[in-house]
Design a protein around this ligand. Sequence first.
Ligand SMILES: C[S@@+](CC[C@H](N)C(=O)[O-])C[C@H]1O[C@@H](n2cnc3c(N)ncnc32)[C@H](O)[C@@H]1O
Length: 303
Amino acid sequence: MRLGNVPQPFPYQGSKRKLAAVILDCIPKSTKRLVEPFAGSAAVSVAAAWTGRVEAFWLNDAHSALMSLWTQMLNAPHALADHYERIWSAQQGRERDHYNEVRERFNREHRPADFLFLLARCVKAAIRYNRNGEFNNSPDHRRLGMRPATMRKNILLVQQALGGRTTLTTGNYRNVLSKTKTNDLVYLDPPYQGVCKNRDNRYVQSVIFADFVEELERLNRHHVPYIVSYDGRTGDTTYGEKLPKSLDLVHTEILVGRSTQATLLGRSHDTYESLYLSPATMKKLGNLPPVLREDACVVPTLF
Ligand SMILES: C[S@@+](CC[C@H](N)C(=O)[O-])C[C@H]1O[C@@H](n2cnc3c(N)ncnc32)[C@H](O)[C@@H]1O
């Protein structure tokens, strides 16, 4: 599926915008609801709503400030856009001090528009907290963050796409999985293994590999269809542990970044991300979608 200009609710490190088109093609036609237990910026759900691929959605994330942002985006989009505009405009001429003030205020009050501004302005749109649970990422000095007019347009388009048909929750992914059904499609995009390991987990809980596998086994037993983004590799260097064969998943690798130097010391440095399709998903699809079989940018590997 080719995607037009799908709106982006907010910049977010780890967003699956690049993969959304491929993942949409893996969603069985009979799917009644798309569930994202690790929502982040929910690039896949936004794309599915935008293209009319699915009718109902459930977005969940363990990060409560993020889910407050989603709640205001879907329930009071004009107020959010107005507030962002006021914060963004107030930075002119004193950008660094203003960023620090907004960051301090966010750490005291956790207001969604402050969080949106921080995401738009900070380095790599990455959420970082210190040991005291305070957001501590620095501003990116090369840019001022998304302009208010563009932000407003995106917020309103995302609200039109997802508003009125999306359930929003904050909590651990396991609580969500226990409530999923056979006519759902669950898209799981946990933080990369290793990313969360050494981090203060006051706001974002870590995902233990063994627990995660156990949850997938349970989904298999209940015939709930799911798709997982988990590990990947750049050239010969892999990151993350592969999911076990016992889960009976179809594993594909998708080329997401082509190195400008095709080879360095004889090794390719292209970046691939893994996508796993569950037995129930494959049963509903009947076959891998053509994009995973034929596209030159996709290298399927079955096991
Ligand atoms: C890789 S990001 C998801 C990115 C998303 N697919 C997108 O398009 O933006 C992983 C998300 O999982 C959330 N998370 C981490 N641990 C979690 C947990 N135990 N339960 C639920 N969410 C969790 C993080 O807050 C983060 O937003």
